[in-house]
Design a protein around this ligand. Structure first.
Ligand code: ADP
Ligand code: MG
Length: 601
């Protein structure tokens, strides 16, 4: 029997959040590909031309539409996925509004060829601007092909607002990448202007889908994560703390298989990375959150990317814990000269076509050095499809980097301090690697952690300055500081009002030694002027700035001082970064060195 498509009743229609609008080629792509996924396809091919403005084709091998329902599929509020409001609370399909095909058909020329396995012929239906032009029987395989041409030909206003081909392609690439990654059990093919961009294997392995959609270098920078708690599960990949990008485009989050933009989750992800990535950079992730469907509301917004959780707090805590734990256990050492040489080796094969989805998503994803290797390795995308298996082997083969937690666990066993360079970096030899430690970053992290601990335990010890320091402030700063005096006192500063908009500092926290200068107080006031009412922010700013000022710049360290610093690293938990997110330690393996000297290939 063919699956029934019916028009929803008014009550249900009224319950569904306002109708969706087809606003650009990427929205067409999203709707068509989601329909293919809902149709149970195991293979979906997307082809676009000129950013999808001229041509979009989606072909699937799903269940198809029975001949008696083909026209109905194009009517408003017609769907096979829900029948009444009761179903709204338990949606397991991506679509449910029954509006997409109708909306697309109204503003384009759309052709559908579809066949169910019960019929030995298919139906071809052609609709132009909402009017049926052709309907005929046709021979075709089981499944559905939809071709959308000349989008917005009859709505000049929207036509005018379409972006350049490359900008629209970028949007489409994002959509198909997200859908491919949330359905690793489906093999997705993506073709742009006759170039094969990627094909995912469809073998249910997220890792291999990531390698196909992006590339193996990106994959190498990801940490696997899997975490369970009674009725909630988080799984997928998160980026190494040093693999960051300038925006949040590569934070891909799914809830129950549906791509969402959840401010709540994004915020928790960033929170878990706080102090571990450099300021103004954003971590990357491909994460699936599975929760009881009755505990979310997907009906918030027609574009369906926003979501509401019933148990927000549980979700927040769980996600935070899971990420923090994965980071602690799996952060690898940033490499000194990562993979640059490999790039040189492959430079003959630089590709013109490139991997559009990968390009767009990754280009900014890879900061400085990683980027280099990406560009050089693009050649590998040409015949990448039949090399995916090989890629995969390489990925697992070379995944033997130094994990920070195990490095710290065995740090004290056997290490050799080679010395110090530029009065700033300590060189350490250990096992088959050598390490460069930024002594200032390390020192800053150490005193910062100790200071926090003391504050937490209310055990801050102060020391009296031999020469009290007088600070002159503007009236505005003076008021701000007076209002926040409590925070300074809590941290072991003794500051008093000294008349005429000035204050006198008599004591500072012992742990800071003697801060070199007190300009940090001006800096804190500058920074917090607008945020001073945010609880905790002021104190955090004081701690960070004060620790910074306590660090000595360009100091020659003797062996004992170096040894002490190195051994104190042992007390830290990964990732090893200073409180501002910069790395403390870099590694270079003997293997890399020998490769660079061409002793080994
Ligand atoms: P919705 O997906 O919200 O139900 P659509 O307008 O996208 O609404 O599609 C209407 C109906 O057409 C779907 O419910 C489904 O029954 C049918 N349909 C659309 N695309 C496909 C497809 N690729 N394969 C099988 N059936 C499809
Ligand atoms: Mg749909």
């Amino acid at each position: 029997m063919n699956r029934k498509i019916e028009i929803l009743n008014d009550l249900t229609i009224n319950k569904i959040a306002a109708g969706e609008v087809i606003e650009a080629p990427h929205s067409v792509v999203k709707e068509l590909v989601e329909n293919s996924i809902d149709a149970g396809a195991s293979m979906v091919t997307l082809e676009i031309k000129e950013g999808g403005k001229k041509y979009i084709r989606v072909t699937d091998n799903g269940i198809g539409i029975g001949e008696e329902y083909v026209e109905r599929a194009f009517m408003r509020h017609s769907t096979s996925k829900i029948t009444d409001i009761g179903d709204l609370s338990n949606i397991d399909s991506l679509g449910f509004r029954g509006e997409a095909l109708a909306s697309i058909a109204a503003v384009s020329r759309i052709k559908m060829i579809t066949r169910t396995k019960n019929q030995d012929y298919g139906i071809l239906l052609e609709v132009m601007g909402g009017v049926i032009k052709t309907r005929e029987k046709t021979g075709c395989p089981t499944g559905t092909t939809v071709i959308v041409e000349n989008l917005f030909f009859n709505t000049p206003a929207r036509l005018k607002f379409m972006k350049s081909n490359s900008a629209e392609t970028a949007e489409v690439s994002k959509i198909i990448a997200r859908l491919s990654l949330s359905n690793p059990g489906i093999s997705f093919g993506y073709i742009n202007n006759n170039n094969a961009i990627f094909t995912t294997p469809g073998n249910s392995m997220l890792s291999q889908a990531i390698v196909s959609v992006f590339d193996k270098d990106t994959f190498k920078n990801l940490i696997p994560l899997e975490s369970n708690e009674s009725n909630i599960k988080l799984w997928g990949y998160i980026g190494q703390p040093n693999f960051v990008r300038g925006n949040r485009n590569l934070q891909i989050i799914y809830v129950n298989g549906r791509y969402v933009k959840s401010r709540l989750i994004s915020k928790v992800v960033e929170e878990a990375y706080k102090e571990k990535v450099v300021i103004n950079k954003h971590p990357v992730c491909v994460l699936n959150l599975d929760v009881d469907p009755s505990e979310i509301d997907v009906n918030v917004h027609p574009s369906k990317v926003e979501i509401k959780f019933e148990k927000e707090e549980q979700v927040q805590k769980f996600v935070y814990k899971s990420i923090a734990k994965a980071l602690e256990e799996n952060t690898i050492m940033p490499k000194l000269f990562p993979r640059v040489l490999q790039g040189f080796n492959n430079s003959g094969g630089i590709e013109k076509k490139g991997n559009v989805a990968g390009d767009i998503l990754i280009n900014e994803a890879c900061d400085n050095y990683v980027q280099k290797s990406n560009v050089a390795e693009k050649g590998q995308f040409v015949d990448k499809q039949d090399r995916d298996n090989e890629n995969w082997v390489q990925v697992s083969d070379t995944y033997e980097d130094t994990v920070q937690s195990s490095f710290l666990d065995t740090l004290l066993d056997q290490y050799k301090i080679i010395g110090q360079i530029f009065d700033t970096y300590i060189i350490l030899e250990k096992g088959q690697s050598f390490y460069l430690i930024d002594q200032h970053a390390a020192h800053e992290r150490l005193i910062y952690n100790k200071f926090l601990e003391e504050i937490k335990n209310e055990k801050v010890i102060s020391q009296r300055l031999v020469q009290p320091k007088i600070l002159e402030l503007s009236n505005e700063d003076y008021i701000l500081l007076s209002e926040n005096m409590g925070s300074f006192i809590k941290m072991g500063f003794h500051i008093e009002e000294f008349g005429m908009n000035s204050v006198i500092i008599r004591e500072t926290p012992m742990i800071l030694g003697k801060p070199r200068d007190f300009s940090f107080i001006y800096e804190i006031l500058d920074e917090t002027r607008d945020d001073s009412n945010v609880a905790g922010y002021f104190e955090d700013a004081i701690i960070k700035k004060a620790c910074r000022k306590a660090i000595k710049a360009n100091d020659k360290l003797d062996y004992c001082e170096m040894k002490q610093l190195v051994e104190e690293l042992h007390t830290l938990t990964p990732p090893l970064t200073c409180p501002h997110g910069r790395p403390i330690i870099l590694v270079m393996r003997q293997y890399d060195i020998e490769k660079h000297f061409k002793r080994i290939q």
